[in-house]
Design a protein around this ligand. Structure first.
Ligand code: HEM
Length: 78
């Protein structure tokens, strides 16, 4: 797959497959480890983005509740 955010042609990012697989693994691990939800005390403003050309969301708060007993010991210092 040649994704546009990695550019294309001869200068395409040679690390794109590492980046894609790493994102998949880390997302899967986070979803396995935690129930992730909105913090009702600090609701997410879904319209809060940066003004830059590559707009991205401003920081927001989430609640991470472990899904597995003894998670901290299992993950160590991760
Ligand atoms: C989300 C992660 C990444 C994004 C969005 C990204 C994006 C890009 C972009 C836009 C370019 C420029 C392409 C061009 O000049 O036309 C590039 C080049 C490059 N990237 Fe990545 N990259 C990522 C991860 C990585 C990783 C993990 C590695 C190495 C393991 C890597 C190594 C390189 C190298 C060596 C180039 C220079 C290629 C060249 O000039 O021939 N990148 N990347």
């Amino acid at each position: 797959m040649v994704a546009s955010e990695m550019m294309f042609g001869r200068r395409a990012c040679p690390g794109q497959h590492v980046a894609d697989q790493s994102l998949f693994i880390n997302t899967a691990l986070a979803l396995w480890a935690f129930n992730i939800s909105q913090d009702s005390a600090r609701p997410i403003d879904i319209l809060a983005f940066t003004d830059a050309a590559n707009a991205h969301p401003l920081p927001f708060a989430l609640r991470f509740v472990p899904r597995v007993k003894g998670l901290e010991a299992m993950l160590g210092d991760v």
